[in-house]
Design a protein around this ligand. Structure first.
Ligand code: ACO
Length: 402
């Protein structure tokens, strides 16, 4: 077959592919994505079925282990996770050190990275037992880390995990319960959040996942690799888009709800304004997750008895954009983030927590991809090349002669 390495050695040729739009750096058996037809499958199961019939921990098990769990396997997985939800008490002091208005994504990546200081027994990526315990710890502790970040922001005491509750239910009680008050879990919120986490659980070699793989390819431990992935997710062109969408809708509302003039600004590329929550590197017809989420947004809002003027603005923006040649000719459709913020807002989350919820959803995907990378025989350190455009060569002039 064709050997690109040999060709490069013989000719010095390097492929320039800005943003890796057409470069596969890995072979992967986890997630299948067909951007032309809007198809997404986890381990072969269509996303529509996984979201409809599965729950988040089952999905995590599927992504990481390759097969759906049996009843016993799922029970064992859930029990093991529920036994690792506590954070070391010293971790609370990290939160004391952060400013009150710190972005929760910054706290999330810092604390996840700091887990490697507490679990120094899990630094060897080639030890299967260590990989397993790091996986369980991360899945178990990320909701606690996220809920503590929220409590920090609102100045409330942290609420400890409750291991008699399900994964999402426990997260909701750590986030929204207040020690002095009776907390009643809303099953509509719990089931909608579970579904949203499933829809975010993996998306093959996106920016954050590629980051996790790149860091992991140097054989850095799983906590370090995932922490880097969280940082990559934070940006507004990636997971940060869900926060950016809501801020955009609020801005349009403040400006009197004039959708037409906002679209005009986007089309004229004024100040680099984009229609946030629209467009995708791979999906060029529609994002199948966005379809499911749009329906969920209507259901959740009506089940919670909430109407939201921002939803009306979002619907108008979508309707307008789908008929406008600027968006049609560039294949720009709503992506997963266009409607999620509206649901999170209806659930009571502040805007700054939206990307944290994305991170909780994406965690199993990052872990599965990290495992796949480490186990791949002959896997190599990630090390892209470049096309050098600087000065070819010049003589060094001592500072006093410059
Ligand atoms: N609004 C307006 N114009 C857009 C948008 C948008 N949301 N997205 C792309 N375009 C335009 C670009 O300006 C460019 O136009 P040009 O040909 O006139 O120069 C053309 O469409 C192609 O855009 P690229 O930036 O080359 O597309 P790329 O594949 O690199 O970017 C991305 C994909 C980052 C998702 C982009 O569509 C975007 O910025 N969207 C808004 C942010 C967003 O919603 N991100 C979430 C992505 S999904 C996720 O991470 C979960």
């Amino acid at each position: 077959g064709f050997d690109i390495g040999k060709l490069r050695a013989e000719t010095g040729l390097v492929t320039l592919d800005a943003g890796y739009g057409n470069t596969a750096g890995v072979k992967s058996a986890i997630t299948y994505l067909d951007g032309e037809q809007g198809i997404l499958r986890y381990r072969g199961y269509p996303i529509e079925q996984v979201a409809e019939r599965g729950n988040f921990l089952e999905t995590a098990y599927l992504l990481i282990n390759g097969e759906l769990p049996t009843v016993d396997e799922l029970a064992g997985f859930q029990t093991e996770i529920s036994q690792h939800t506590m954070l070391h008490e010293d971790v609370k002091r990290f939160y004391d050190g952060f400013p009150r208005d710190a972005h929760p994504m910054a706290m999330l990546s810092s604390v996840v990275s700091a887990l490697s200081t507490f679990y120094q027994d899990s630094h060897n990526p080639f030890d299967e037992e260590q990989r397993h315990i790091s996986t369980i710890r991360l899945l178990a502790k990320l909701p606690t880390i996220a809920a503590y970040a929220y409590k920090k922001a609102i100045g409330h005491p942290v609420v400890y995990p409750r291991n008699d509750l399900g994964y999402v239910e426990n997260f909701l009680q750590m986030t929204f319960s207040v020690p002095a008050e009776k907390y009643e879990l809303d099953p509509v919120v719990a089931s909608a959040l579970d579904k949203l986490l499933i829809l975010h659980a993996d998306h093959e070699q996106n920016c954050s996942t590629s980051t996790v793989r790149l860091v992991g390819s140097s054989q850095a431990n799983m906590f370090a690799s995932i922490s880097a992935g969280i940082s990559a997710l934070w940006g507004p062109l990636h997971g940060g888009a869900n926060q950016a969408v809501l801020e955009m809708l609020e801005q349009i509302q403040r400006d009197g709800g004039d959708v037409d003039s906002f679209i005009r600004k986007v089309k004229n590329k004024e100040d680099g304004v984009r229609l946030m929550g629209f467009g995708h590197r791979v999906y060029k017809s529609f994002d199948p997750r966005a379809k499911i989420i749009k329906d969920a947004a209507h259901q959740v809002l009506s089940a919670l008895g909430k109407s939201d003027e921002l939803l009306d603005i979002a619907l108008k923006l979508e309707e307008h954009a789908l008929q406008d040649d600027y968006f049609v000719s560039r294949n720009l459709y709503p992506n997963v983030d266009f409607y999620t913020g509206l649901i999170y807002r209806a659930m009571g989350f502040p805007t700054s927590m939206f990307t944290v919820l994305f991170a909780m959803g994406r965690l199993p995907g990052w872990i599965a991809q990290w495992h796949e990378m480490i186990k791949e025989p002959g896997s190599r350190i990630g090390r892209p090349r470049q096309i050098y455009t600087g000065v070819v060569e010049r003589d060094y002039v001592p500072v006093e002669q410059r």
